[in-house]
Design a protein around this ligand. Structure first.
Ligand SMILES: [Zn+2]
Length: 393
């Protein structure tokens, strides 16, 4: 039996250890992928500290230990199951980690993302069975995955860039839901972080006419604007105002106390002929207050739509009357489909999606604990943290 090195977590809050384990055999509809790069997200540090496990009393969201984490693997197909016909050994792929049961009402009707068992391989999710069936995250030299999860990579998309597809895809699926496209204006709340920067790159590719972005760090915001100075406008919003009233944005009803016009709302309207933006994607980081998301919502025009992929955990003070009278849409979005992954790499291959702005910071598997501990040291969304499991040194 061939063996491989995997970074495994044996106890929450403890460092991962490099263990030698058997290389798995792919089941009939699965493939075996040799991992060349795996994206590491800052949130993984919270995951391996059991932050999300503790949100549920029975710890059912987390994989059984020892666990192999790693959300965004890209690599080369090493072997295919005997019922895999359109994928061959040697092909370069990204593995979409989204898993669903395949046989519930939602899966059978083509809405696998609403499967009650929906789970992210190498991360956490809603099904212990799926986590046991696909226990290999990308922080290992080989993983198995369903053939249906593979995004085939064109030669022009590097493994390191592909390891960023989780952020890109999360932004892409969200922006499709609110109709980001030609002629549309968009506000990206938190444009200089990982999600926000990727949202900006995609919005440019998707044809959004004007992209407004908020952030805290003025130097990072300047770098984002340089991606397309004619189409991107940025505003530094270091401190969210304490009040968050629809009246501050000129909306109707529900205002509490004397409302001062929010400079952010004034700015957004000034740049959109007074209307407000067509769409808003919230990409705020963990710990951001509800008020920071509310003021971005107030930048929407009448009939505008917002989608949330950010990490605000506070309860939003939404005035239902304001929502109704202004015909505002607000929805959540999680991850992306393999088809949406195919869209994005096709855009990258065509040159409409520019991946060159990412700065890859690649570490060997043996440095995974150090990499996780050092993720606060980054140039906003420009830094792309990658583990290369082919280097176990
Ligand atoms: Zn299902």
């Amino acid at each position: 039996m061939a063996t491989m090195i995997a970074a495994r977590l044996h106890a929450y809050g403890q460092p991962m250890t490099l263990d030698r384990i058997d290389v798995p055999e792919p089941r009939p509809t699965d493939v075996l992928v040799e991992v060349k790069a795996c994206g590491v997200v800052p949130n993984l540090a919270r995951v391996v500290s059991n932050f999300f496990g503790m949100l549920t009393p029975d710890n059912k969201m987390m994989p059984p230990l020892p666990a192999i984490f790693g959300l965004d693997p890209a690599g080369v197909v090493a072997k295919v199951g005997d019922q895999v016909w359109q994928v061959r050994a040697g092909e370069r792929v990204y593995v979409n980690p989204a898993r669903s049961c395949g046989s519930c009402r939602m899966c059978r009707s083509g809405q696998a993302y609403d499967c009650p068992s929906w789970t992210l391989q190498g991360y956490f999710g809603r099904s212990q069975e799926i986590m046991r069936a696909y226990p290999y995250g990308g922080l290992a030299q080989f993983i198995t995955a369903p053939a249906t999860a593979l995004v085939k990579l064109p030669d022009s998309v590097s493994f390191e860039a592909a390891a960023r597809l989780g952020y890109f895809g999360t932004a892409y699926a969200a922006m499709k839901k609110i109709g980001v496209g030609p002629g549309q204006t968009l506000l990206i709340n938190g444009i200089s972080g990982q999600l926000g920067l990727n949202a900006a790159q995609l919005a440019l590719a998707m044809g959004a006419t004007k992209i407004l972005g908020t952030g805290r760090n003025a130097a990072l915001l300047d770098r984002v604007k340089k991606l397309a100075p004619e189409r991107i406008e940025v505003l530094s919003v270091p401190n969210a105002p304490s009040q968050s009233s629809p009246a501050s944005g000129g909306g109707q009803g529900g205002g509490s106390g004397p409302a001062q016009p929010d400079p952010l709302v004034v700015w957004a309207r000034t740049l959109t002929d007074g209307y407000g933006v067509d769409g808003m994607i919230d990409c705020l980081p963990p710990g951001a207050p509800a008020s920071a998301m509310m003021r971005a919502l107030y930048c929407l025009r009448r009939g505008g739509r917002a989608v949330n992929v950010g990490a605000v955990m506070e309860t939003l003070p939404i005035n239902a009357f304001w929502l109704m009278t202004n015909r505002i849409g607000l929805q959540g979005s999680v991850w992306f489909t393999t088809g949406e992954g195919e869209d994005m790499v096709a855009m990258a291959a065509a040159g409409t999606l520019d991946l060159s702005v990412l700065e890859h910071r690649v570490a060997p598997l043996s440095q995974v604990n150090e990499a996780l501990a050092g993720m606060d040291n980054r140039d906003g969304g420009f830094t792309n943290f990658v583990i290369d499991p082919t280097r176990a040194d």
